[in-house]
Design a protein around this ligand. Structure first.
Ligand code: URA
Length: 290
């Protein structure tokens, strides 16, 4: 058992290292020489069949098309046990912390891989770290995070029971020359999302929650459809399809408002609450019904 875990960790590290290479950013070239995880490790790490990520652009306004993976028959149950998941997520977090695939790597104070329960039923995905998250290296710890904590509690869950991550792992700043500035946040651009995409996909595949809740338009468009508005994506379940990994079992995703948007527009909270209740109903959570 110990040997197989060591093998898994080794396989997974090599897999992640291979993904760091430039060649994986080039979708025009087949990846014959890229090391693959052994079938057992693929299952255990929840990271299946890595495909190429969209090519990194020189200019940040590049339109990136995200290819969608073909849905594949999946095993009934996620075979990844808690120890393996913890190790796979920790290995991935180490890669993220030293990532310099996009220019944000040069200006962040701390990368923010994400955190939470490796066996969570619910995973929240935001857009990217802000000022406080950049300082602490933890997701959703600022004002928006405090509201997210309340939303989680209202659902009858707790922060320790869910997994929280972002599409972009480094603080996207309006003015990277002045990271000490407050209000220096912006949404990640297409290039940054393309570079970071494999990380959130691998995290989702490893945790393999029952439901992903995309917080805001950036996360919703990156994970559901870049063609639709948040308004068009809200209010229904979508089957989640990832580009770079195959999910061990089907995962559903809903989109709702970002907590920061709810702080600016408190009248949207009613709609956000309805979105959260869709997931609560499926999970049989009582929560704080109003
Ligand atoms: N906003 C996000 O999208 N993510 C965070 O972690 C914090 C604020």
């Amino acid at each position: 058992m110990a040997d197989s875990l060591r093998g898994l960790a080794g396989d997974f590290k090599r897999f992640l290292a291979a993904q760091e290479e430039e060649e994986l950013l080039d979708i025009s070239r087949p990846r014959e020489d890229a090391p693959a995880l052994s079938p057992a490790a693929l299952h255990q790490a929840g990271a299946f069949a890595a495909q190429a990520a969209p090519k990194m652009a020189e200019n940040s306004t590049l339109k990136v098309d995200f290819p969608r993976a073909q849905p594949q028959p999946a095993p009934e149950e996620n075979p990844v046990n808690k120890t393996d998941k913890t190790r796979a997520l920790a290995d991935l977090a180490e890669v993220i912390k030293t990532c310099t695939r996009c220019p944000l790597g040069a200006t962040r104070l701390n990368a923010v891989p994400g955190e939470g329960n490796v066996n969570a039923d619910v995973m929240f995905v935001g857009e990217g770290p802000g000022f406080d998250e950049d300082r602490q290296g933890r997701p959703f710890v600022g004002r928006a995070g405090q509201l997210l904590d309340k939303m989680i509690l209202a659902m009858g869950l707790a922060r320790e029971k869910v997994f929280i991550a972002n599409i972009a792992k480094c603080h996207p700043m309006v003015d990277p020359l002045h990271p000490e500035k407050h209000g220096n946040d912006r949404a990640p651009n297409a290039q940054e999302i393309a570079c970071c995409r494999k990380y959130i996909e691998q995290q989702i595949a490893i945790v393999c929650p029952k439901y992903v809740i995309a917080l805001g338009g950036v996360a919703a468009k990156a994970l559901i459809s870049d063609a639709a508005s948040l308004g068009a994506l809200r209010g229904k379940f979508h089957n989640l399809h990832l580009d770079s990994v195959q999910l061990p079992k089907p995962v559903q995703i809903i989109a709702t408002y970002h907590p920061a948007a709810l702080l600016r527009n408190p009248n949207w909270k009613k709609d956000a609450w309805q979105d959260l209740q869709m997931v609560m109903d499926q999970l049989g959570l009582k929560g704080a019904r109003k």
